[in-house]
Each structure stands twice: as C-alpha cells, then as structure tokens.
Design a protein around this ligand. Structure first.
Ligand SMILES: CC(C)(COP(=O)(O)OP(=O)(O)OC[C@H]1O[C@@H](n2cnc3c(N)ncnc32)[C@H](O)[C@@H]1OP(=O)(O)O)[C@@H](O)C(=O)NCCC(=O)NCCS
Length: 189
C-alpha cells in the first residue's frame, strides 16, 4: 500500500507521497503552460497550495492507498512529475493519470510508472475497473494509456467544472478480471 512510509518503484523511478515541502516544486510545474495545457491550464502558487492541501494531502487521509504522488528518478533523486490513482472529480470511478516536467518527456518515464500504478490498482487495491480520460488532442497521453493496456472506449463528458470546458474527452478503461487473465497468460486447454 502506498502510505507515508512505503513506495512504488520501477527500474528507473520511485513514487512517494507529497508533503508540504513539495509546494515550491509543484508550483513551478503548474506554472508551465506546456505541461498544464491539458491539465486545466497554468495555476498560480495560491491555487497550487489549495490543490496540494485539499486534493492531495487531505485526500491521503480520506482515501488510504489512493491519491496523487510525486514521481522521482531513482538515479538522481530528482522529482520529475506525478502519477495518480484517484477518483474523477464529481464521480466515484478511479482513474490513472500523470504529468511530467518537460525535461523528463520522451524517456518512457510516463509509461514506466503508469504501468506500475495500474498494477498496484488491480493487484494491491483490487479495483474492479480503472479508467482514464485525456483531451482529444493529447496524443502523447493517449498513447501512454494504450501502451499500459487500457482500451479506448469512445468519448465521455463530465459536468464537474474541472472537465466541463474541455467538452468530450477520450475515454479509456480496463477491467481487473480481463487484465488479470492477460497477466496470467491464456488458460491451458
Ligand atoms: C503525457 C506525458 C506524461 C507522457 O510522458 P512521457 O514520459 O514523455 O511518455 P512516454 O515516453 O512514456 O511515452 C510517450 C509515447 O507517446 C508518443 N508521443 C509523444 N508525443 C506524441 C504525439 N504528439 N502524438 C503521438 N504520439 C506521441 C511517444 O513517441 C511515446 O510512444 P513510443 O514509446 O511508442 O515512442 C507527458 O507528455 C506530459 O507530462 N504531458 C503533460 C501533462 C499531460 O498532458 N498529462 C496527461 C493528462 S491526461
């Protein structure tokens, strides 16, 4: 379980909880218009502070084992972005998501940790289904979602203000049962 003293790791990356001490770094990430183009747009430091408190730190306490976490490079210890496993706002269904600093794009990092978060959600949280949403123009994100094994199932719109202005979003999903069957290989006849 991803708690204050446990982490998810991959060959090159590690995922840990955010702390108050990550505010400066997160504010810098959310200042970048390229990074936030499909994340609702750039945010000022005050707004990032509210997000850190409400959507990230409080969320850990209210939803143990779920949330948005800091993605770090194991070799350097550097924070390179975030991966998340939490509800779509205004809905109960759990989504996988990610955002990386521009300097970390194009190295396979987005996919590497998203695949581990998906495994964690199915194996360690026993979620029956994990979904994802992406802006229709966000081809890099859609490609990552397909690479980790989600299936594209058309488009969906959401009334929550976090998504309403985007209109229809590309919708991805995968069921645990189906994912586990594939992981375990085809049944022997
Ligand atoms: C989406 C994001 C996390 C991808 O991270 P990344 O580490 O660069 O992704 P990866 O290197 O693991 O994989 C990206 C894949 O998309 C492909 N790709 C990149 N840009 C693309 C584009 N414009 N169109 C199609 N494919 C694209 C890459 O070639 C790569 O595929 P490949 O491994 O088959 O070559 C990163 O671009 C990002 O942080 N974007 C801003 C935040 C964001 O949009 N988050 C998602 C919100 S839904």
């Amino acid at each position: 379980m991803l708690t204050s003293d446990s982490r998810l790791t991959t060959p090159r990356l590690t995922l840990r909880r955010f702390t108050e001490g990550d505010l400066d770094w997160l504010a810098e990430l959310y200042r970048d218009a390229d990074v936030t183009r499909y994340l609702g747009g750039a945010l000022n430091r005050d707004s990032v502070g509210v997000m850190l408190r409400v959507r990230i730190l409080d969320y850990y306490e209210q939803n143990p084992g779920f949330g948005m976490w800091v993605t770090c490079e194991r070799a350097t210890g550097e924070r390179i972005g975030f991966h998340l496993l939490f509800n779509i706002q205004g809905e109960t269904i759990i989504q996988v998501g990610f955002g990386l600093a521009k300097s970390a794009w194009g190295k396979g990092y987005g996919t590497e940790m998203a695949a581990e978060v998906l495994r964690y959600g199915f194996e360690e949280r026993a979620l029956p289904r994990i979904v994802a949403i992406a802006n229709l123009e966000n081809h890099a994100s859609q490609h990552v979602l397909l690479k980790i094994g989600l299936h594209r199932k058309g488009e969906r719109s959401f009334p929550h203000p976090a998504y309403a202005a985007h209109g229809p979003l590309a919708w991805f999903e995968r069921d645990r049962e189906d994912w586990m069957t594939e992981r375990d290989g085809a049944p022997q006849l």
